[in-house]
Design a binder for this molecule. Structure first.
Ligand code: SF4
Length: 464
């Protein structure tokens, strides 16, 4: 998962991109970067860490120019290392080109092997670099080379490409990841989410459509749809968890969608007796509000989130591990004492975090804990740019709901049914979403994964 932003036709392009990245920080915290176009050259500044850590005043001042693209990264392919930080910058036969990508190519391994056999030397481990090598081999102009290279890749992705004289944006034909176009006093803005447009006080123009390629050049925007149409499979997990509640994703406000998911969950569990509805902050808050709206059970912030916990915290003993569990989410004893609690979260992945949270509510005096999850059980990994673990680590891939309930030590466990989820996500229209992590039905071929699975199976058979 990553966030991307592009600015064209503004004397403050890099500054606007920098602010835009702050509004997309939730989509990636491992690295950040901006490349700006200035007098026929592209100038980069990328680094590891948060946007606030990567950009000093001097670094930003060095990024002069009227167009820029930026990226925040959460790695799904390639290690968390500065060589994989984006935007990636290349010198090609088309001139200098910078690329920022949000998504995952499902035939990356095959393409990479084939490019390496033909002499390509890769500088990073990312699948994004494959696009650069492909377009460098295509004849010009750049726009045609980009389209020809995108015809060879499979999977999900929104792309921004910056050249000294143009900004190109593309969204894959399935529409997995979101990308929007905005306008600010003559400047054009492309971003993963409208949270970036809102912060910049830009006007929301529209979504970039699945399979659309947009070129901003000489103060004008042109658009075309050069790829064969594909079934619409927007990532429903964007609505459930990934995107910021103030954003419009696939044309609908995320906060409103999550609240409706919570209402659906309350309708589904009608008759559940409880005293308070408590969200797992932050992403469970909107669904918990909806649950409370519909059920009439009062909403309470029974867990308080600390934003200051180091990600590298070392947990040396069992005793300290229990303390560590409450470092991030602290239960409010006075709110929970003697109460029957509906604990609302957006998803359960491995189950260990939910189990620790449920335990901490009991330690704080909760009489009953009923877990309500605003999506169905996650039974399959994502191959389209979300860092869900392999199926061996997904608790719902190996265990029934009753077994998970016993593992979590909760009094009841309810997952939102798929049909209700899709109805909420689509504003009544359940069509046009990817649901592969809940159904195991992938909307595209996933050759890299299928090959790895085959190799693993072969090894197992040989060993057995
Ligand atoms: S598999 Fe799940 S997380 Fe991945 S794109 Fe599909 S809905 Fe989104």
């Amino acid at each position: 998962m990553c966030g991307i932003v592009g600015i064209s036709d503004s004397p403050q392009a890099a500054q606007l991109a920098h602010l835009g990245l702050f509004a997309l920080q939730h989509r990636g915290q491992e690295s950040a970067g901006i490349v700006a176009a200035w007098r026929g050259e592209l100038r980069p500044h990328v680094g590891m860490g948060l946007v606030s850590e990567v950009f000093t005043r001097a670094a930003l001042q060095s990024l002069t120019g009227e167009s820029a693209i930026g990226h925040v990264r959460y790695s799904t392919t390639g290690a968390s290392h500065v060589k994989n930080a984006q935007p990636l910058l290349f010198k090609t036969t088309h001139g200098p080109v910078a690329i920022a990508h949000n998504g995952n190519l499902t035939n990356a391994a095959r393409l990479r092997r084939s490019l390496e056999h033909r002499g390509a030397i890769f500088q990073s481990d990312t699948d994004t670099e494959i696009i650069a090598h492909l377009l460098a081999r295509e004849p010009g102009p750049l726009e045609e080379a980009v389209i020809a290279s995108l015809r060879q890749v499979e999977g999900s992705g929104c792309l921004l490409l910056l050249a000294p004289d143009q900004l190109i944006a593309a969204r894959d034909p399935y529409g997995f990841r979101p990308l929007v176009l905005g306008e600010l006093g003559g400047a054009f803005i492309l971003a993963s989410e409208t949270s970036a447009l809102n912060l910049l006080k830009a006007r929301y123009v529209r979504e970039i459509e699945p399979g659309e390629v947009v070129v901003v050049r000489g103060g004008k925007v042109s658009s075309r749809k050069p790829f064969p149409p594909a079934p619409l499979t927007r990532c429903v997990f964007e609505q459930i968890y990934l995107a910021r509640p103030d954003s419009l994703i696939f044309g609908r406000n995320v906060q409103a969608v999550r609240r409706e998911m919570g209402r659906e969950l309350a309708r589904q569990t009608k008759g559940l007796k409880a005293d308070v509805v408590v969200p797992v902050p932050d992403s469970g808050v909107s669904a918990a509000l909806g649950f409370s709206d519909e059920s009439g059970i009062p909403f309470e912030m029974g867990l308080v989130r600390s934003h200051y916990v180091s990600r590298t915290f070392i947990k040396p003993s069992q005793e300290l591990r229990e303390i560590a569990a409450e470092l991030k989410l602290a239960p409010v004893h006075e709110t929970l004492q003697g109460k029957r609690v509906v604990l609302v979260d957006d998803s359960i992945v491995r189950g260990t975090t939910s189990m620790k949270i449920a335990k901490s509510l009991r330690r704080a005096g909760a009489r009953e804990v009923h877990m309500a999850v605003s999506c169905p059980p996650i039974v399959s990994p994502c191959h389209y740019g979300i860092d869900t673990p392999r199926d061996e680590e997904l608790i719902a891939a190996r265990h029934s709901v009753a077994e998970i309930q016993r593992f979590l030590e909760v009094d009841s466990l309810n997952y939102l049914e798929l049909e209700r989820l899709l109805r909420a996500a689509g504003g009544g229209d359940p069509a046009g979403f990817c649901t592969a992590c809940y159904t195991g039905k992938y909307p595209t071929p996933i050759p890299d994964f299928e090959r790895t699975a085959k190799v693993r199976k072969g090894r197992k058979a040989a060993a057995g």
